[in-house]
Design a protein around this ligand. Structure first.
Ligand SMILES: Cc1cc2nc3c(=O)[nH]c(=O)nc-3n(C[C@H](O)[C@H](O)[C@H](O)COP(=O)(O)OP(=O)(O)OC[C@H]3O[C@@H](n4cnc5c(N)ncnc54)[C@H](O)[C@@H]3O)c2cc1C
Length: 512
């Protein structure tokens, strides 16, 4: 029988999704408690309006991808939470969808994918793009490494394509998603589809051609997505024409809607300012916080793995992967159309010279999400992201302070974009340990963790959140929803759900 009483650790999007899925799918007699350490829900999701103008600044995530199972789950949630009318989408043919740039070596370079003319111009003018295209043509003829356990993204891309592609476009992409070092991150845990293409088809390009015919999803997930599409037909057909989306008041609007919904339910208790400090396992689990204790028969932990390590130090590998610190600088200038180009923004590859402030990339918010501001035609809005893996070796005293970070960001914008105005509004956040880095070998370590949870805490503990299978909001939400459905659907006393079952699907393994 599924558990009757759940305590969820963490009130970020993973914990909130778990609570919401439980509330909708478990019998009404099931007791659900969510405990969040800080004084607000949402974790890294934080959308704030500033100044008289009420300009929207996203301090964490800013856009969602409307494709795949993750999008299916979020859009279904949005529909059920009456958020459909608040969706702000960018069409597939708008500049923000088509125009992406790198800053390399000392200027903005548009990547192919925009108009035919601009793509051709970029290829002719930039040797690194031409060399990358040549490596793509050659890739199907390169002998595969079969039975590869794992490898860094850098060495995989350099081996199958070439060093130029790895060091420029791919390292920039990794800066944009993980703020991470392409030389440390695992290809298998970050770009699994690409990894599988070499294993299954002998080549990434051959795999791409063939995978058009095949779904990237398992049969079970595909049926789930089909069902979600069927229930939300109009929304899904509209979203198929879009490239990214958010909500009128930013991504945090989704958080507020989930919280409001949970607050109306009698069997759900959600608490902020309740840091979980200790877990004691006997027949049930006693959860100790700074403000009282809670008894439960099942814990769903969605807190970062390094936080869980403090509660359950005997579990393996919870602190193996570091999480990087990112400085986020939101800037709005009091004049529109200041940018020299139109598009989503630009990323900076690892080999770009003269990047003294460790800038990872700049998002052109006023192009990327133009309709979130009430007077959108009055401003140019940008976000500068800095640090990430470049901050890894800094000791606590070496971090630049917020004023220094702001002037570094302003100086970067002057140099890269030629904007020499004083910002109308700005905001600086230093997000400590905000994005987990899946180092090479991540899957094998997660597999050991999975069996350790089964052995020591089976039927009492499951885990979710960004530390395990993907950092995007799409991944976090899907993993929490899947975990809850698996727990509630499990009628077999012998089956233990840890939340990490996917490692068994990935590589059939001997049972331990
Ligand atoms: C700057 C930035 C930009 C990003 N941009 C995007 C983007 O554009 N699109 C996208 O899809 N993703 C993006 N991401 C990634 C995405 O936002 C995160 O991976 C995701 O929000 C993580 O959600 P989570 O609930 O798993 O974890 P978290 O948000 O970390 O939530 C965990 C919660 O647990 C709480 N907690 C910790 N310890 C305890 C304890 N002991 N007891 C109780 N509570 C505890 C924390 O306070 C926190 O609220 C971005 C991330 C960052 C940092």
């Amino acid at each position: 029988m599924p558990p009757q009483n759940f305590v969820i650790l963490g009130g970020g999007i993973s914990g909130l999704t778990a609570a919401w899925y439980l509330a909708r799918n478990a019998p009404p007699s099931t007791k659900i408690t969510l405990l969040e350490a800080s004084d607000r829900f949402g974790g890294w999701i934080q959308s704030t309006r500033v100044g008289e103008e009420r300009i929207l600044f996203e301090q964490g995530p800013r856009t969602l991808r409307p494709s795949g199972l993750g999008a299916g789950v979020i859009l279904d949630m949005a529909a059920k939470l009456n958020l459909t009318g608040f969706i702000h989408a960018v069409g597939k043919y708008e500049p923000a969808a088509r125009n992406r740039y790198l800053y390399y070596p000392d200027r903005l370079v548009q990547l192919p994918g925009g108009s035919l003319l601009s793509s051709l111009k970029s290829i002719v003018q930039n040797k690194f793009i031409l060399s990358s295209i040549y490596s793509v043509i050659r890739e199907p003829f390169i002998k595969p490494f079969k039975n590869l356990d794992d490898e860094s993204i850098h060495s995989f891309i350099a081996r199958r394509f070439n060093l130029t592609l790895a060091d420029t476009m791919m390292s920039a992409l990794v800066h944009g998603i993980y703020a991470g070092d392409i030389k440390n991150l695992s290809i298998k845990s970050t770009f699994k589809q690409i990894f599988d293409m070499e294993q299954n088809y002998g080549s990434v390009i051959k795999g791409m051609i063939n995978s058009k015919k095949l779904s990237a999803l398992s049969q079970k997930d595909q049926s789930w997505l089909d069902l979600l599409c069927l229930e939300n037909k109009d929304l899904f057909s509209f979203m198929s024409t879009t490239s990214l989306y958010s909500f009128a008041n930013g991504i945090e609007q989704l958080v507020h809607a989930i919280v409001s919904d949970l607050e109306t339910r009698e069997n759900v208790t959600i608490k902020t300012s309740h840091r979980v400090k200790k877990l004691k396992f006997d027949k049930e689990v006693e959860v100790y916080t700074n403000d009282g204790s809670f008894r439960t028969d099942h814990i769903i932990s969605t807190i970062p793995s390094h936080e869980l390590a403090g509660l359950l130090p005997e579990l393996p590998y919870l602190t193996y992967n570091p999480s990087v610190t990112v400085a986020v600088v939101n800037i709005a200038y009091g004049r529109p159309n200041l940018l020299p180009v139109k598009g989503f923004g630009y990323l900076i590859p690892r080999i770009t010279p003269n990047n003294p402030y460790h800038v990872l990339g700049v998002v052109f918010d006023s192009d990327a999400m133009p309709h979130q501001d009430y007077k959108k035609d009055k401003y140019t809005k940008l976000t500068v992201m800095m640090g990430g893996h470049y901050y890894n070796n800094l000791s606590e005293n070496d971090y630049p302070n917020k004023d220094e970070i702001l002037s570094q960001a302003v100086e970067t914008i002057e140099k890269h974009l030629g904007i020499y105005l004083t910002p109308l509004q700005c905001m600086v956040q230093i997000h400590r340990k905000c994005i987990p880095q899946y180092y090479v070998g991540h899957y094998s370590r997660i597999k050991e963790l999975h069996y350790a949870i089964k052995k020591n805490y089976g039927k009492r503990l499951s885990v979710g959140g960004a530390s395990y299978f993907g950092v995007s909001i799409n991944d976090c939400v899907t993993n929490s929803a899947r975990l809850v459905l698996d727990l509630l659907g499990n009628e077999d006393e012998r089956v233990i759900i840890t939340g990490l079952e996917r490692v068994e699907e990935i590589e059939p393994t001997k049972s331990k």
